[in-house]
Design a protein. Sequence first.
Length: 272
Amino acid sequence: MTPRTWFPEMLVGSRVTLRRHVPENLAAFKRWYADPEIARLARYQEAPMRAEEIERFFAARVVGTDAMAMAIHEAGTDRLLGTCAFSQLDGDNGSALYHITIGEKDAWGRGFGGEATRLMLDHAFTSLGLHRIALYVFQFNERAIRAYRRAGFVVEGRSRESIWRDGYWWDELAMSVLESDWRGARERAASGVAEGRAKVPGEVTVAGGFVAGGPAQATDHVAARIRGASTEARDPQQPGVAGAIASADAPAMSRTTRSPDDLIRRTIRRWS
């Protein structure tokens, strides 16, 4: 069996390099999550995070082991651009939640987030042997939704009018990508290159969120599960996530106190 690790040493693309966060990155997090524009896209609350909230989050979810958080660095310059992560790993069912924040706003729309997302999905479905990656995104974050679609996510439901922003009620979309979706997209992309067709570059011009697809046409039971999701499943202090609601098509992913390494070993036993 091929050795698998939860935290990769490094994930390398043509535009970005992903590697573990270091304590010195806290200063960038404090700047990013104090920005009202980023808070608007990434948080259930409209107000930016307070300094002490950012410090607690950074210690537990960024340099800690509560999530697999990776720093996004620009290839060539090594500039820190943002962060991406898997959290709530469900080793029994081979699933996790995906989060991404491009904190440097002059890097939005340049394809950095798209490549970071593809690298993370590659790691999830090959090295970690996961089956499903989910995310949540606010309806008004249209550029993020388009980018997630390009990465292979589809909309599987929505929590209707659950977010109040800019004087309006907005839906929160639930999106996911399966290993079979990802593999099929890779095969189609390889076929397109072989036939001389240009690939459409992916990009994530976002400050957080989860999920993708066309207009949500959830079945009644899926919509009901999303609308009925307990607010206890949400994590309003978690940036780059837009919170976490219960999965639309499976029992809610448990918040476990086990370490990611313990969970990934369970995943390997189940899916190997």
